[in-house]
Ligand binder design. Structure first.
Ligand code: HEC
Ligand code: HEC
Length: 230
């Protein structure tokens, strides 16, 4: 090219074009991703990226009466073990930390399976940065289920109950199997049972189940005291 001025002009022209295109693509790309994720996120979670604290609050308002009440990590059995820490890490992401005592060894695998399924579904959305749900590996899942089963509630079937037709046994079977299978009366001593029944009455309120009345509580506690571990 003979004219250096014209060359400079051409270069500037091309550069502006490239820059313009880059800026345009960037905006368009951003808009596209936003268009894809934002309405879905708004619909599911309210505005913004969710952290775990917000997630638990949202869950509690969306699923009243379905989430387990929490225990403190230091009150878990073998609280310093690696697997107790796995439970605290993975199982308190959407609701408070569940107690392994809440369910029998027969119940846990299916319940844990339902929770693992949720975690894999929701951690799949991590790429879209909606929430930061962590998903345990297969090994970690096995360890968690093993731990839950090891410390599970010792349950009993209605037919194995002593004096199965008595008022106490019937009320106990009805009221105390709403959330978990029927606990074995030998699990606690006569000193311990009243406090446990008291706490369960509170659990019934939190979890929106039929709450045991004061009279029923007397009957059930009476039954448990008779059958308690000596
Ligand atoms: C991704 C969110 C999420 C995580 C993580 C999660 N849960 Fe849940 N959990 C829920 C929801 C939602 C419910 C209520 C609906 C239901 O019971 O399936 C629930 C309910 C429960 C309940 C009460 C229902 C019942 O059948 O007793 C227990 C117990 C429970 N979870 C245990 C666990 C354990 C153990 C883990 C870890 C292995 C865990 N959860 C991890 C979402 C989660
Ligand atoms: C509303 C649901 C619900 C009902 C109904 C319920 N429980 Fe529970 N139960 C729980 C939860 C949650 C846990 C684990 C957390 C805890 O221990 O409070 C649990 C744990 C237990 C445990 C194991 C922990 C321990 O302290 O030994 C026993 C035993 C028990 N329940 C007995 C009972 C009895 C007896 C009744 C009837 C009076 C009853 N439950 C009714 C929710 C319930």
């Amino acid at each position: 090219m003979k004219n250096p001025g014209l060359l400079a002009l051409a270069i500037v022209f091309i550069m502006t074009g490239v820059l313009g295109l880059t800026v345009f693509t960037w905006f368009a790309g951003k808009r596209m991703t936003e268009d894809r994720t934002v309405p879905m996120m708004d619909m599911m979670m309210g505005k913004g990226v969710m952290n775990k604290g917000q997630m638990k609050e949202r869950m509690k308002s969306m699923m009243p009466g379905m989430l387990p009440p929490g225990v403190k990590p230091e009150n878990l059995p073998e609280s310093d073990s690696r697997v107790a820490k796995l439970l605290t890490r993975y199982c308190a992401q959407c609701h408070d930390l569940p107690s392994p005592f809440m369910h029998s060894g027969e119940e846990w695998p299916a319940i844990a399976g339902r929770m693992f399924f949720r975690m894999s579904m929701m951690s799949g959305m991590q790429g879209m940065s909606m929430m930061d749900i962590e998903n345990p590996s297969a090994k970690e899942r096995d360890a968690i289920v093993g731990y839950l089963k090891k410390h599970a509630m010792k349950s009993i079937s209605t037919s194995e109950l002593p004096a199965p037709g008595s008022e106490g046994a019937v009320l106990f079977s009805e009221r105390c199997s709403q959330c978990h299978s029927l606990p074995n009366p030998k699990l606690h001593t006569a000193e311990e049972w009243p406090g446990v029944v008291e706490r369960m009455q509170a659990n019934m309120r939190t979890m929106g189940r039929t709450v045991i009345t004061e009279n029923e509580k007397k009957t059930v506690t009476g039954f448990l005291l008779n059958q308690a571990r000596k």
